[in-house]
Write a protein that binds this ligand. Structure first.
Ligand code: AMP
Ligand code: GLY
Length: 430
């Protein structure tokens, strides 16, 4: 390791991790960057490593052997499994919450109870570990209503029931094992109306530094139709999150959460991703995630002007009070290209070409489900595969740049939504 410089390990293999690697790679504080397992794009900016994240000792051993000074944990599953605790116990700085603090994403009931305790605005709810009590509660509610498996269900554990009958069926599905252990408990929630926004805050256990706002597009089809996905495109900033709403969200949602977590002995460190519903009564919490959003991270990284490494380190070691972040004035947008038929079953192994033609000063591609072979050929190996990410002075310009990039890519086996940013463009064009 070069003096005062840092070896960094990023864990994950999505577009989020490619974006994090791309941003970290620009830091003057970086010595060597590793990504495990990485993807066909992370290999351009980091050294891809074959490392099993479920094997905490293997991760610790790698970090000790390579003198890793900071581990950035991308996805939720290793956080909920306690990887940050294992690293911290071995004296290795980890960006990401402890196992207990990651319960904010790992258990919907945990978060709902915390909100109730700390008076945080969120949908009214009931929490159940047995079917009969859940059915009885539901009989006293009206539709539409939302039924959620308590645990991590890869984004699939939320059922928006249009009728009480559907909600009763959802209860039976969840307790019947449709989501495995994630469905050992469930939450029934009031249906909230409004526009959704994603809000990201860096936390060090005590201090909270608001990052930026974004909006995702969860449905697979144009016009927000079809099944839910991991996210088909995003932009930042989301103008609907005005500075006043950001301040209100900090005061009513984020800071009370951090205080309540600290009081529980589970001080929150890492990035806290609040999924918000902007209701006529003000912002309400839909859910917390204990990691960056994907694809939201891609647009955040493109807009972030400051070096990210000191901020990640400060979140890990409790010195965020000394950090400020500068964001570019421009809008960033990312359009996700997915394998045909995603989010249902899709083919793997199709070849993607012409990617090198996409890069301009404003436009680039973050890889997700791709692999690169020894000849440099890129193949699709996942559902969400590419993130064409562009900047612009306006949303319309960012969108035009992103879709020009999409048009250059030769991948007949892939598709994307054609209307990413539609709400924001409508607002922009008045
Ligand atoms: P979650 O996994 O909790 O983010 O839920 C997935 C999606 O379901 C959210 O992004 C919302 O679009 C929707 N959703 C979840 N909870 C509610 C709610 N209480 N009211 C309305 N929509 C919801
Ligand atoms: N894009 C939403 C998520 O990362 O959960």
């Amino acid at each position: 390791m070069t003096e005062n410089k840092l070896n960094i390990l990023v864990l994950g293999s999505g577009g989020r991790e490619h974006a994090l690697c791309w941003k970290i790679a620009q830091s003057p504080l970086l010595a060597n960057l590793f990504c495990a397992p990485g993807n066909g794009g992370t290999g351009n900016v980091a050294q891809n490593i074959d490392l099993n994240m479920d094997d905490h000792q293997a991760v610790v051993d790698f970090c000790q052997a390579q003198q890793i000074g900071l581990v950035v944990i991308g996805p939720e599953a290793p956080l909920v499994a306690g990887l940050a605790d294992a690293l911290t116990a071995a004296g290795i700085a980890a960006f990401g919450p402890s196992k207990e603090a990651a319960q904010l994403e790992g258990s919907k009931g945990y978060t709902k109870d915390l909100c109730a305790e700390a008076n945080i605005p969120t949908a009214a709810y009931g929490r159940f570990d047995a079917a009969q009590a859940a059915h009885d509660y539901l009989d006293r509610q009206s539709a539409p209503i939302v039924v959620k498996a308590d645990g991590l269900a890869a984004g699939k554990g939320v059922i928006i029931a249009e009728t009480l009958q559907q909600a009763h069926e959802a209860i039976d599905d969840i307790f019947g094992g449709a989501f495995g252990q994630a469905g050992a408990e469930l939450v029934i929630e009031e249906f909230l109306t409004g526009e959704e926004a994603s809000f990201f805050v860096l936390c060090d256990g005590e201090n909270a530094l608001p990052m930026a706002t974004a909006q995702d597009h969860k449905r697979v089809g144009d016009g927000d139709t079809g099944p839910n996905t991991g996210g088909m495109g995003a932009y930042s900033p989301a103008s609907i999150m005005t500075p006043a709403l950001v301040e209100q969200t900090m005061q009513e949602i984020i800071l009370p959460t951090m205080k309540a977590m600290a009081e529980r002995g589970a001080a929150y460190r890492g990035v806290l991703f609040a999924g918000l519903m902007l209701t006529p009564q003000g912002p309400k919490l839909i859910e917390y995630n204990c990691r960056f959003g994907d694809p939201e991270c891609q647009v955040l990284m493109q807009r972030l002007d400051s070096d990210i490494v000191p901020a990640l380190q400060a979140a890990a070691n409790g010195s965020l009070a000394n950090i400020s972040l500068n964001w570019r004035d421009e809008v960033a947008m990312t359009v996700v290209m997915a394998a045909n038929n995603y989010p249902a079953a899709y083919e793997k192994g199709s070849v993607i070409s012409q990617l090198e033609n996409v890069d301009t000063d404003d436009t680039m591609v973050f890889h997700a489900g791709t692999a690169r072979d020894e000849n440099g050929t890129i193949t699709a190996i996942g559902g969400r595969v590419l993130n064409v990410t562009a900047k612009g002075k306006t949303v319309a310009q960012a969108r035009d740049n992103a879709y020009i990039g999409v048009g250059k890519i030769d991948w007949p086996e892939g598709f994307c939504r054609q209307d990413i940013g539609w709400r924001e463009i409508q607002r922009e064009q008045g």
